[in-house]
Design a protein around this ligand. Structure first.
Ligand SMILES: Nc1ncnc2c1ncn2[C@@H]1O[C@H](COP(=O)(O)OP(=O)(O)O)[C@@H](O)[C@H]1O
Ligand SMILES: [Mg+2]
Length: 339
């Protein structure tokens, strides 16, 4: 599948990245949904799809509803939760000093710059954020527990824009009044969140998973961007999937939101088709945002990747890509036009 990104239509409606992704990829096929269960007209509005449920058949409305992300779906809960969202736990203050995030680096890397000008990128991530936060609310109301507060950013292959999307989404959510965001580097083999933000740190999630003496809260780095903190990947090990699959993971992940009912935890992950941690993490999150890179991600790879996270409650697709017009004019890198 290498269809070009379409220009805005004549009505002036600008399709969002999620809408464009749904135009380019056959999600119904990718999710192996039975066409007879689906409405005649595919939803052009969004690429939010519920995980397929073996029995009973999934409600087709979840695909065709005008606001798919707000639709409560009823597959099994993504992960048992060890703490209630509303538990009156006093959050533990981080022991680490506040890290200063390099604004110039953000600008150079085409990330959203806090208090910077409104750009097409910041606008697109606003749309994506709104949908995800609506989904978070719907899942919390549906009783998903703390898993509702967790979002996995994943993709089939390397270099499709997972880290780029995770950082931009985190920066966008950090501006919310009712939420703060914890950005977790879960690409244990090739961590890049800290270097992308121009900060340093060592102890992280894998240390806390591997060693019960390490408190994960103590590894969280507060930043000088209001509402944003970062959890490094931690030690490198060839046992990362085994640690993630262990019983301790539930406890450690629960600590990330304990005392923070408004916190959104974003996991930047390794490629699904190259390493197993992303699929394991998918079992603990309420939402997965699958990044597809225009003209790069094949529908076959997308289908295989979706198969690995099929147990996740809510899966949305985000189209990432760079396009050039026939005249050679460069379009905006994220929006497809006019940056
Ligand atoms: N939309 C985009 N605009 C500009 N640069 C991008 C965009 N998407 C990805 N990149 C760049 O492409 C490279 C790979 O992206 P990255 O997010 O690191 O991929 P992944 O995490 O999936 O391996 C990085 O240098 C990143 O900054
Ligand atoms: Mg990455």
């Amino acid at each position: 599948m290498h269809d070009p990104i379409k220009s805005p239509d004549k009505s002036g409606h600008t399709p969002s990245l999620i809408e464009r992704a749904s135009e380019m990829y056959d999600f119904r096929k990718a999710m192996s949904l039975d066409a007879s269960q689906l409405p005649e007209e595919p939803a052009a509005q969004a690429a939010a799809v519920p995980a397929p449920v073996p029995t009973p058949a999934p409600a087709p409305a979840a695909v065709s509803a005008p606001e798919p992300v707000a639709q409560a779906v009823t597959p099994p809960v993504a992960a048992p939760v060890a703490a209630s969202v509303s538990a009156p736990v006093r959050p533990r203050a981080s022991r680490l000093p506040v890290a200063r995030i390099d604004r110039d680096l953000l600008r150079e890397s085409a990330f959203i710059v806090p208090d910077g000008p409104v750009t097409s990128i910041s606008e697109e991530f606003r749309i994506i954020k709104r949908r995800l936060l609506a989904s978070v609310l719907a899942e919390a109301n549906a009783g998903l527990g703390v898993a509702a507060q967790r979002i996995l950013i994943c993709s089939a292959q390397p270099n499709e824009g997972k880290t780029y999307s995770a950082i931009n989404l985190a920066l966008s959510i950090a501006t919310e009044r009712d939420h703060d965001v914890l950005l977790v580097d879960a690409d244990f083999a090739k961590p890049s969140i800290l270097s992308s933000l121009g900060i340093s740190g060592q102890t992280g999630l894998m240390d806390a998973l591997a060693d019960p003496a390490v408190a994960v809260e103590d590894c969280i780095i507060p930043t000088d961007i209001d509402g944003l903190s970062v959890l490094p990947a931690g030690r490198q090990t060839n046992m990362d999937s085994e640690y993630l699959a262990s019983a301790r993971t539930l406890e450690v992940l629960a600590k990330l939101t304990e005392g923070h009912p408004g916190r959104i935890v974003i996991f930047d992950s390794p490629p699904l088709l190259a390493a197993s941690p992303a699929a394991t993490l998918a079992q603990h999150v309420g939402h997965a945002l699958m990044v597809v890179r225009a003209d790069v991600t094949s529908e076959r790879a997308l289908r295989d990747a979706l198969g690995l996270i099929a147990g996740c409650n809510q899966i949305q697709l985000l189209l990432n890509g760079v396009k050039f017009s026939p005249s050679g004019r460069s379009f905006g890198s994220y929006y497809g036009y006019g940056e």
